[in-house]
Design a protein around this ligand. Sequence first.
Ligand code: GYE
Length: 330
Amino acid sequence: MRKLLLVAICLLVLFCGCEKEAESTLDSADDKLIVVGFSQVGAESEWRVANTESIKATLTEENGYVLFYEDARQEQENQIRAIRTFIQQEVDYILFSPKVETGWDSILLEAKKANIPVIVTDRYIESDVEGLFTAYIGSNFYSEGETAVLWLEDFLKKQSRTEEPVHIVHIQGTIGSTAQIGRTAALEQAVSKHPNWQLVAQQCGDFTRAKAYEVMGSILEDTKDIDVVYCENDGEALGAIAALEEAGLVCNPVDGVIVISFDATRLGLQYCLEQKIALNVECNPLQGPYVDEIIKKLERKEPIGRIRYVEETQFDCFTITQEMIDIRDY
Ligand code: GYE
């Protein structure tokens, strides 16, 4: 019996020693890697998938990172829980795309208390508390909306449609998200400027094809006298177009409904080439390299800009070509 006990104790010591060695090997290997916790909104659109892929493809071990990734499945509570876990894991940086602009003070104060820098991507946060994040990388969404409404103004002028009523359906993105707030504000500003522009319906499509299809379908039960459908992303545009075509309407800016969209995903641009989407305003999801650049500067204690807008353009159905689509990354 004593011999058995002795063997068991030796095995236990041997096991703990190996475990410790494994941990110390892991620790020493990780010492050189930057640990980042990334909380993503979800996977609601092709844009979001491209955004996630860009971050994952950049924050790799080869590039000096350990990435902890959490998909919040469109729930702010899941993002808050993920950020709290990252704090407990003592990551080096917290990266997150906030589903909506508000409700982050408490959890970001916990990160601040833990001295973990927070980098916000894609959507912005609204807070009265100073210094909740170190850097923001994303788009100027109001500017994207301005691009869209300036194009629409110019197009309607060329069609001499500056007096007659222009009936506009507005399908909004996730209410309270920065993309929705900015793109909506630009349209509402333009509607207030043009007496003949009439907002006949304004409903939330939540940045998804399914919801936009449902919402467009219900609007079509009330009216088919529609000149413009302003969709706040490609997923919504595709859903709206399906409902419009099922109702017998043609989506084409020359002799049908003028559909405006945002994101400029490959699928959205294909619809633009077919003239089903008249204008597609790019919203660049490829933010991984921007995040890498900022983190590496912070590691070297170099100064960084707090707000970094990504480069973007727009595509219209009269000038887009298949070649322009083929060379794109998403
Ligand atoms: O337009 C949409 C995604 O926040 C810019 O969210 C992003 C938006 C994008 O679901 O496709």
